[in-house]
Design a protein around this ligand. Sequence first.
Ligand code: BYC
Length: 472
Amino acid sequence: MAIDYSQLIPNNVDLSSDRRLQRALENWQPRFLDWWKDMGPDGTSAFDVYLRTAISTDANGWANFGHVKMPDYRWGIFLADRDPNRAIAYGDNKGKPAWQDVPGELRTTLRRLIVTQGDTEPASVEQQRLLGRTAPSLYDLRNLFQINVEEGRHLWAMVYLLHAHFGRDGREEAEAMLERHSGDPDKPRILGAFNEETPDWLSFFMFTFFTDRDGKFQLASLAESGFDPLSRSCRFMLTEEAHHMFVGETGISRILQRTCELMKEHKTDDVRALGAIDLPTMQKYLNFHFSVSLDLFGQEASTNAANYYTQGVKGRFLETRIEDDHLLTDAAYEIETVEDGRIVKKTVPALAALNERLRQDYIDDCARGVLRWNKMIEKAGVNFEMKLPHRGFDRRIGGFAGAHVSPDGRVLSKAEWKANESKWLPTAEDRTYVTSLMGPAVVQPGKFAHWIAPPARGINGQPGDFEYVRFN
Ligand code: BYC
């Protein structure tokens, strides 16, 4: 369905036919814009940015490019088209028609999941708020802003669901989305990773590779929801998510490329002396962002996850393509956890292990990206391999929390951990070094900061010296 841009809130949900809902969202809109002004990309309201705006939800319509001032971006409500025959694919309600309204008994559960999902979107914009000041190029600056406006739209997607389906509670939750802030000691964001800082572009690219990828897997699981409006919202969000992970993967790849070029050219590993980011530092940032993102999948054995599945609220990644009974009542799954100072395998009911299964899907996906980085390093003639650390490394949530697990999966004493921590995780000195490379922003079209290679191609086929952002 085409999106109606003539309205204050562009949408493809026929908003004008529900005056009450329309008014409620029109009341929320200025509050969102105030939040964007205060907490969104700093000092950017006059910039013209070459952005992609969705004009319809079909394959051709969501990639429409042009220069736009970000506060004028048409944030709106877009759901993927409805399949009138869609049935719930799993759990106790398997085979029943998908719900168009929230079943009373699932109200609290669904609200909670939607709030948790929604909360991450503005959180990431807050985390990235200052990065524009130190962008390594106009191309990268534009990509940052594209991600930021789309995260804003993803917040709109969840706020629409709250307003449309959860009455007063939903409206209150929508307000609270703008009141919690990333890293705020009194009102923090809900999930751990979204209260960390994203102070530099290496962190940003790692975040968009690892943490946005959690978004991909969580959204895909929620796209299997029996609650059809949630499913349709997530389906459309996923089309945008792919670009965010592309920015992360290619961003890291371009830093690696530059580092390898300098290593070869100057026959040295010490590229810090040459103003680039050395490979061991890249590995430490990877370790940090991977483990923080693994925590986002929750506990290995979770009754919450089992209930979501049984009730038909949240499915598995690509649920309908899996060949089994989609009930899992008799199935088992092997998880790893720490017991008596050792990593042990335990077989638990598959229903309880759904968070872990999704985490495994995620790890496999991350590993494919790391393989591509390693191919690039190898092709550059450098002998170094980036590695994902063990799933138990530096965890805060689940069975590994509190244990000291090395990147290669050994349980260590506290003293051993302390003696090695600075080899595995970014130290204050590493962070100071990386920060020292950042900024001021490189704003000449076609120019790039010294520590990163140019991209292989421009956005939407644009030439290398395209003016992606005009500062006015
Ligand atoms: N931090 O039974 P468990 C994205 C809590 S990213 C803090 O395992 P469950 C994006 C948990 O809430 C995708 N607390 O929980 C990316 C629970 O609390 P209660 C975001 C945590 O429910 C980049 C307790 O521990 N979307 O879109 O099975 C940029 C027990 O845990 C954490 C979603 O997450 C944590 N890391 O699983 C922009 C989807 N982990 O009940 C955007 C919606 C767990 O004891 N959320 N806890 O009070 C969910 O599906 C689930 O809430 C979780 C947790 C998977 C997060």
